[in-house]
Design a protein around this ligand. Structure first.
Ligand code: 5GP
Ligand code: ZN
Length: 114
């Protein structure tokens, strides 16, 4: 999508600090980190949010989540854990309408979210 900031990152039009990339996934550091580790994992396919995903996207979603796990481990979060977050639409606090999973790690996080 031409007006989507994450599609622009995928296209290389906006620079980012990349953590991982393959044919269908991209991971990069959040520009406004909320924890010592704050990485976003996104599909290269533009899916606006988890509500818009289709049954045919199920495999992609599974691989995205497993990649988030691998990144969290590689970034030193295996022992203490991390938080994996997918915000969705207005009530979920989504601001960028291209599906993404946040990985937040390196500090203790409270529950419930505000
Ligand atoms: P959301 O609130 O939609 O779940 O999260 C969107 C996230 O994308 C925010 O944490 C925000 O800091 C991050 N973000 C927005 N624009 C950019 C950008 O251009 N580059 C990077 N690296 N992160 C971005
Ligand atoms: Zn997009």
């Amino acid at each position: 999508m031409s007006d989507c900031v994450f599609c622009k990152i995928i296209q290389g039009e906006i620079p980012t600090n990349k953590v991982y990339e393959d044919d269908e996934l991209l991971a990069f550091h959040d520009m406004n980190p909320q924890a010592p580790l704050h990485v976003l994992v996104i599909p290269k396919k533009h899916i606006s949010n988890i509500m818009e995903a289709e049954a045919s996207d199920a495999g992609l979603l599974g691989r995205l989540l497993f990649k988030a796990q691998e990144i969290a481990k590689a970034q030193g979060c295996e022992e203490k854990g991390a938080r994996f977050i997918i915000n969705c639409k207005s009530d979920g606090g989504q601001t960028v309408y291209h599906l993404h999973c946040h990985i937040l790690g390196g500090r203790f996080m409270t529950w419930p979210p505000g």
